[in-house]
Design a protein around this ligand. Structure first.
Ligand SMILES: Nc1ncnc2c1ncn2[C@@H]1O[C@H](COP(=O)(O)OP(=O)(O)O)[C@@H](O)[C@H]1O
Ligand SMILES: [Mg+2]
Length: 391
């Protein structure tokens, strides 16, 4: 556990964490109270959380920025638009809990990743590694008149890290156990995990992306059923496994790479989806196709846990994928030795977990406590993450 060095937490503080991830489903907002206990260890209490879905135009425009060459004016405008949308979501959440904006001490935003190249390239004689999350922190601070912290990844990249994952410090601080080896598994668009062997030190924590999370399932739900996602896995549960498609999926090499490893929409995207379904789509029922993608998602997560972690661990599942009961049942079948629970069972709503993490990262930034785990990101040193915009 981290001991804070500053007196900011002498009184409990309210921080709103805001997350927009690779699924592009919308804005997850969590209102979290932070305080310290008698040993000066940071504790938190979740007040409430809310998802504001993106409308189709916003979703498609952000997707366009990520996947296609677009004019810089569009990126600049959406950078500001997102902050207006973040402000609306925060206002909505505060209204829900009947709390005035003036009570909010800070906001931590992840922003929307539109570019992530931590390995870098040579550019005009310099080695340039970069990441870019849009959602202007200055705009948001000005609209709401609250300090905003964002751009959490750049510092870590500047000292040679991958700038990701950043959630492990939260997992290590709040989910570690002396009794169990613990895996915190987040199934968002991409699936990633933090492995915390019992009694491990901070720099023994392992964390990596296992591969696809909900991206293929969402693409199939959209393409074959005209839905944004497969609610509770009800379409998939009606289907059966297509061996041809599963064999093709098993050829995606990323699953077998050794950690540390990370991936995103540059690999798991519509082009790959279309390619996988070439010669298959018209032959098999839609339910079989979405079943097979769901089966593959569970299989690939289980493969990585078996190969690189301990399959008898306690696995704490979060992210929107935790709400897909069929996916979770397949995960349990693939890992019968594990104790699989949802983060909700520990009082952390699965869909809000990453937003809660970014509230925590904002808190660490204000306290000037380093938040990157160098064994996880590969950075040459620990550093304080995030940039503060004052209203
Ligand atoms: N009730 C549900 N049943 C099945 N899947 C769901 C449900 N709710 C959310 N999801 C899935 O979770 C995804 C969003 O998860 P999220 O954790 O926000 O990911 P990201 O961080 O990539 O945005 C949705 O796109 C959808 O696939
Ligand atoms: Mg999301």
């Amino acid at each position: 556990m981290i001991k804070n060095r500053y007196s900011w937490l002498d009184t409990p503080r309210l921080i709103c964490g805001v997350m927009t991830g690779t699924s592009l489903d919308g804005i997850d907002c969590a209102l979290v109270k932070f305080y310290k206990n008698n040993d000066s260890v940071i504790q938190f209490e979740i007040i409430d959380w809310e998802l504001t879905e993106f409308n189709v135009t916003t979703k498609n425009t952000v997707k366009q920025i990520i996947q296609e060459p677009v004019p810089i004016s569009l990126i600049s405008d959406i950078n500001v638009l997102l902050s207006h949308l973040y402000a609306d979501s925060i206002n909505c959440l505060l209204k829900k809990v009947q709390m005035p904006l003036s009570k909010l001490d800070a906001i931590g935003i992840h922003g929307q990743t539109v570019w992530h190249n931590p390995n870098g390239k040579d550019l005009f004689g310099h080695k340039i590694a970069s990441t870019y999350q849009i959602g202007s922190i200055s705009t948001l601070a000005a609209i709401l008149n609250v300090p905003v912290i964002g751009d959490f990844r750049s510092n870590d990249i500047a000292v040679g890290g991958q700038g990701a994952p950043l959630v492990p410090i939260f997992d290590y601080s709040f989910l570690a156990s002396n009794e169990y080896d613990t895996i915190a598994l987040n199934i968002g668009g991409i699936a990633n995990l933090t492995y915390i062997p019992r009694q491990c030190k901070k720099n023994d924590v392992i964390s990596f992306d296992t591969g696809v999370g909900n991206i293929f399932i969402d693409l199939a739900a959209n393409d074959l059923f005209d839905k944004p996602y497969d609610e509770n896995g009800l379409f998939a549960i009606e289907g059966k496994l297509i061996y041809d498609l599963f064999d093709k999926l098993k050829k995606i090499n990323f699953i077998y790479y050794k950690p540390p490893k990370s991936t995103g929409r540059e690999l798991f995207n519509k082009e790959l989806y279309n390619d996988l379904l070439k010669d298959i789509k018209d032959i098999y029922p839609p339910n079989d196709i979405i079943h097979t993608f769901t089966y593959y998602t569970a299989w690939s997560i289980a493969y990585n846990i078996r190969k690189f972690c301990n399959p008898t661990s306690r696995i704490i599942v979060s992210g929107g994928g935790a709400l897909n009961s069929f996916l979770i049942s397949l995960l349990k079948k693939n890992l019968p030795e594990a104790l699989i629970i949802k983060s909700d069972d520990l009082g952390i709503p699965s869909k809000a977990k990453e937003a809660i993490c970014f509230a925590y990262l904002a808190c660490l930034r204000i306290l000037e406590i380093p938040a990157n785990i160098t064994s996880v990101t590969g950075a040459s040193r620990e550093c304080i993450l995030g940039v503060l915009a004052l209203p």
